[in-house]
Write a protein that binds this ligand. Structure first.
Ligand code: ZN
Length: 407
């Protein structure tokens, strides 16, 4: 069995061509639900594409599907079931632009659209998206509602899948920036999962196919982001859609957009999403994945949570006259102010202690520096304190940013 099949030259050309066709009206930093019908409107004049309102969120915001292609194999792809995970919503519009553009890739596109029919649901959780929060408007995590199916959005996804009976499902998310690909300090740019249908992680025929397609995605993405693609941990979650769809025999593929160095706006991981999906679609259309050994899936480095946004090493903490050596790991969360509609960062000290087995996206060795704080630092404190080295130099950490040199 082969382990490598991709047409590297084709994907390098697609990678460059992306800059021409990506949807420039959308920015994955924040996507408002109002942009979805606007963008769909522009596509609706196109032959072979049907857009449809398929339902509403709890707060009565429209949810849409886009259908393209006329093939026998059905692919259902949904994004942003977690409202604060917009990267793949943007990537779906990049793909739709690509499929509807007149260009030199018509052979590839024809072959994909003749063999597959796509059902895209961009932004399944518009209420959460508007508040930039994970959950829906009554604070239910939709990806923990696949068993009870209480929220309108979960019911909609479930019923849509029942109606079309997809062969493949693409569950599109963002993961936080604290994961690394393997036990390294390489942030995971994209992680991939073939969700298991039970606690013993059985590999049925549907899951085997997901794993084969993931091997193809991994090989393709590794051209552009080597050592930065990981395998998401496969603990069974009986309340999630991926695991429930896998149980129904839908070959489900979870794609998590992670973090890439200096890509704070996630433009690069959005581009990787585009490449990942095209690699998968081509492989499914040509049935190339069937030639791959699914066990290669387990050789993909595991997604480990080993990072902090800011890691300060080897600080001295004085407590009741005793000195301790501590590291401080700080995490920053992007939040949306409900009133001003402006983003800000909230930072907390996530961990204090021996963090010598962890890494920082940004890190400093502060050996010889002492923490000046009016109280003993504790986890969940706002990251706001000063460091000093005996009258020589002084640093201030405010909101998790090392932003002031005092002395
Ligand atoms: Zn998510």
């Amino acid at each position: 069995m082969k382990t490598h099949l991709i047409d590297e030259d084709l994907f390098r050309r697609l990678f460059d061509y992306y800059e021409t066709i990506y949807e420039k009206k959308i920015d994955c930093y924040f996507i408002s639900h109002r942009q979805i019908p606007e963008l769909l409107n522009e596509l609706s004049g196109h032959k072979n594409i049907q857009t449809e309102k398929i339902g509403e969120s709890v707060e009565r915001k429209e949810i849409y599907s886009v259908v393209i292609g006329k093939g026998k194999t059905k692919v259902l792809a949904w994004s942003q079931m977690h409202g604060d995970e917009p990267t793949a919503t943007a990537a779906i519009f990049d793909l739709l632009n690509f499929f509807t553009a007149n260009d030199s890739f018509s052979d590839l596109k024809e072959s994909i659209l003749n063999k597959l029919t796509f059902h895209f649901i961009p932004m399944l959780n518009p209420d959460g998206a508007e508040k930039f929060q994970r959950e829906n408007s009554f604070n239910i995590d939709l990806n923990r509602d696949a068993a009870r199916l209480q929220s309108d959005e979960s019911q909609l996804l479930y019923e849509y899948a029942e109606k079309i009976q997809p062969d493949f499902g693409f569950n599109l998310h963002d993961q936080n920036s604290y994961y690394t690909a393997g036990r390294t300090n390489n942030p995971t740019a994209v992680s991939l999962l073939a969700p298991p249908m039970d606690y013993v992680k059985s590999i049925n025929y549907a899951r085997e196919k997901s794993m084969q397609v993931i091997v193809e995605i991994f090989n393709t993405l590794s051209i552009f982001a080597p050592q930065k693609i990981a395998r998401y941990k496969d603990d069974h979650e009986p309340r999630s859609f991926g695991d429930n769809f896998a149980k129904k025999g839908i070959s489900t593929i979870l794609i998590e957009s992670g973090f890439y160095k200096d890509d704070h706006n996630k433009d690069f991981v959005r581009k990787l999403n585009f490449i990942a999906m095209l690699a998968a679609f081509q492989s499914i259309a040509e049935k190339d994945y069937e030639k791959l050994n699914y066990t290669v899936y387990f050789e993909i480095p595991e997604n480990n949570e080993l990072l902090f946004d800011l890691l300060l090493r080897n600080l001295t903490l004085n407590h009741n006259g005793r000195n301790f050596t501590v590291d401080i790991g700080i995490k920053r969360t992007k939040k949306l102010d409900a009133q001003t509609k402006k983003f800000f960062y909230k930072s907390t000290i996530a961990e204090i202690g021996d963090l010598s087995f962890f890494y920082g996206i940004e890190e400093y060795d502060f050996r010889g520096y002492e923490i000046i704080a009016d109280k003993l630092l504790s986890v969940d404190d706002d990251a706001d304190f000063r460091l000093s080295r005996n009258g020589i130099t002084e640093f201030e950490i405010k909101n998790g940013f090392l932003n002031k040199y005092v002395g």
